[in-house]
Ligand binder design. Structure first.
Ligand code: IVH
Length: 663
């Protein structure tokens, strides 16, 4: 057996390495849970063998450190970490212990999201922002003042009269999931190294030597605690937060004041459910004693306060073995690799697949079948591979030479392109994806025509070209699995209905390379009929302001291609609409805009408002999502308003609505 002293030394060294990977390189190899398990193991050994204990051990101090690339800033009050709990039972024991200490079963707690970002400390002297610093090792942080000043959520001057003479706030710098996606798209466009998750993006952006880069990164800030304050006294954490709001900081609405563990537990359920709907990453919740006097009485250890605890959500990262890399053929012939994994539990579900994006990504990750990989589910349903943690194979996986569906040669059309493609127009895998896209909701929207229907019809050799969809009969459907009379009739009706879709939907449904929904709409509105599109020159496509060279070329190539024309002519023969309906100028003000109405409206009835919106080309939907453009909120609005705030959707009242419609 390994000598105990060596084991302790090895664990400390291992923890220091993981610390550097997480805080300095933004490239963790293990999840927070796995890190905490190592700390717990070390703690157990140090307690059992006090001879080998040390005040410098990672069990005794805040993890992280200040890099020498920035000026050091000594914190007026140390910036601590939080103790983590990983189950409701563990959180309940912390709660019971705390309540018992004060013999007060009615103690007030605040519970709020634990945002997965980077902690920062802001110091205001007489209301003016003087210093911004990272946490560093808890005692000394890095001077990132100029970068902090570029964050829009952070006021340079507190918007309050008689501000405290010394006001040191702590909070989390983070990036919204949607901005993170856009940032990575931008980075990959310029051939840069993408960030693995929003936390890494926030950390990397905050610790830039050039504040101009930070300013372009759409960072946000959320206040959660404070350091030293002079010239102002608060009774409660909730009072402090409200004061920060008055000073000009944004508060997020997801927090509760609770008087029992039952209430805390209910909020845990709500947030576990809501986690993926939020536009920012949270890795758990933080429970805090609300009274600052009692917080003071409880005090802190060297590492963390006793008045707060983190309730960590199931990790979004795990390590597992990559068993196989599968190559799939898409609608436009692009071959996309995906990973089949040894099943591993991740945020409450068993994961056995991960995306790999493209073959360049495989080369960048230097990954191959058999390797042990770190996977992460960051906002997306399908996890991705973050990195290889143990290389078990030679080199990286190479693109296939032949199409896995039809066996034709796979080509890379030009060196600039990342994608490998099967260029056989009759490739069955491409045709299958094409059909699935054509009938999908945002295209021809044929309700009930799912993947399994496509697969069964292909199997029965009923579909050879797109227009065959319009030749299907009741008898073709009734023999499919799970089809009865009503379902077959409904599908026939849905197919007939789809013939009336506007030209814009048909253009999108045809699956022209690079042409998404928005461009399809622009093209349809501009050229009005399919007949006209057959005649449009490359130059005329390029003249449309939203259409660049690549799109224009793709459109022209498609509409002059004999096979494509043949498909379209066949659709015409089957009665599919080939024109875009006119929208009058007045009637198109809200074209494509989605409204949600909530709360009690004073001046107008909901019916009236809906009528106005529809007459101006907009639509009214019942629930708030990322696709909502406006939420019209009246008095006593509830959860829809909350959700709109979270998703950063424009909220208007009746007066603003009147302005929009020019009343
Ligand atoms: S309270 C420890 N509240 O989590 C001092 N921290 O893992 C009191 N964090 O360093 C911190 N969300 O940067 C607090 N709602 C929240 C938080 C939060 C994120 C961060 C914080 C801390 C880290 C500990």
């Amino acid at each position: 057996m390994e000598n105990i002293q060596n084991l302790i030394k090895r664990l400390r060294k291992e923890l220091a390495r993981h610390n550097a990977l997480y805080y300095d390189k933004n490239e963790p190899e293990i999840s927070d849970g796995e890190y905490d398990a190592l700390v717990k193991e070390l703690e157990r050994l140090e307690q059992e063998y006090p001879l080998f204990a040390s005040s410098k051990s990672p069990t005794k101090k805040v993890s992280g450190y200040a890099s020498s690339s920035f000026k050091p800033i000594k914190h007026a009050v140390p910036m601590l970490s939080l103790d983590n709990t990983y189950s409701r039972d563990e959180a309940a024991s912390w709660y019971e212990r705390t309540v018992k200490k004060f013999n007060n079963s009615n103690l007030e707690f605040v519970i709020e999201p634990k945002i997965d970002g980077v902690s920062a400390s802001l110091t205001y002297l007489d209301g003016v922002l003087i210093v911004g610093a990272t946490r560093g090792d808890g005692e000394t942080g890095e001077d990132i003042t100029e970068n902090i000043k570029t964050i829009q959520d952070i006021p340079h001057k507190l918007k309050i009269e008689n501000p405290p003479s010394f006001f040191e706030l702590r909070g989390e710098v983070y990036i919204d999931k949607s901005d993170f996606k856009k940032l990575n798209e931008k980075i990959s466009y310029s051939d840069g190294q993408k960030f693995a998750n929003p936390r890494n993006a926030a950390s990397g952006s905050l610790r830039q030597k050039n504040p101009q880069i930070t300013s372009e990164r759409k960072l946000r800030f959320f206040v959660h605690s404070f350091g030293k304050i002079e010239g102002k006294h608060f009774e409660k954490q909730s009072e402090f937060l409200k004061y920060c709001q008055n000073c000009g900081f944004k508060l997020q609405s997801n927090f509760r004041i609770c008087n029992s563990f039952g209430e805390l537990s209910k909020f845990m359920d709500i947030m576990l459910e809501k986690r993926d709907l939020l536009n920012y990453e949270i890795d758990g919740l933080v429970i805090k004693v609300n009274s600052l006097k009692l917080q003071n009485e409880l005090g802190s250890t060297n590492k963390s306060p006793r008045w707060a605890v983190a309730f960590k959500f199931p990790s979004k990262q795990a390590t597992t073995k990559l068993i196989k890399i599968r190559s799939q053929v898409g609608r436009t012939g692009i071959i996309t690799p995906s990973a089949i994994l040894e099943p591993a539990p991740l945020s409450g579900v068993i994961i056995s697949h991960a995306t790999l994006h493209n073959f360049e990504e495989i080369e960048r990750l230097n990954v191959n079948e058999g390797d042990i990989v770190l996977i992460e589910r960051a906002g997306d349903v399908i996890p991705k591979i973050v990195k290889v943690v143990r290389k078990e194979s030679e080199s990286f996986f190479k693109p296939p030479k032949n199409c896995p569906s039809c066996g034709s040669e796979v080509v890379k059309e030009n060196e600039k392109e990342v994608a490998y493609r099967c260029i056989n127009p009759e490739c069955p895998a491409q045709f299958r994806r094409h059909l699935i896209h054509f009938v999908s909701r945002n295209a021809m929207d044929i309700d009930g025509f799912g993947e399994s229907v496509v697969d069964q019809l292909l199997e029965k050799k009923k579909l050879h070209k797109l227009s065959d969809i319009y030749r299907l009969s009741y008898n073709d459907f009734i023999e499919l699995e799970f089809f009865k009379d009503r379902k077959a009739n409904n599908l026939i009706k849905a197919i007939a209905e789809s013939k009336k879709r506007p030209l814009s939907k048909l253009i999108f449904a045809l699956g022209i390379r690079h042409i998404g929904e928005k461009v399809s709409e622009i093209v349809a509105k501009r050229f009005k009929t399919m007949k006209a599109l057959f005649e449009v020159s490359l130059e005329d496509f390029s003249k449309v302001s939203e259409i660049g060279e690549v799109l224009a070329l793709s459109l022209r190539e498609f509409f002059e291609n004999a096979t494509a024309r043949h498909v379209i002519e066949d659709l015409v023969l089957n009665g599919v609409n080939m024109t875009e309906p006119e929208t009058s100028k007045k009637g198109s003000q809200f074209e494509g805009r989605a409204f949600v109405l909530t709360g009690e409206l004073e001046k107008y009835s909901r019916e009236k408002v809906s009528e106005i919106i529809k007459s101006l080309g907009g639509k009214v939907t019942s629930s708030v999502s990322k696709k909502t453009d406006y939420v019209l909120a009246g008095a006593n609005a509830g959860s829809k308003l909350e959700k709109a705030k979270e998703l950063d959707i424009k909220i208007i009242d009746e007066a603003e609505f009147e302005k929009l419609i020019n009343i």
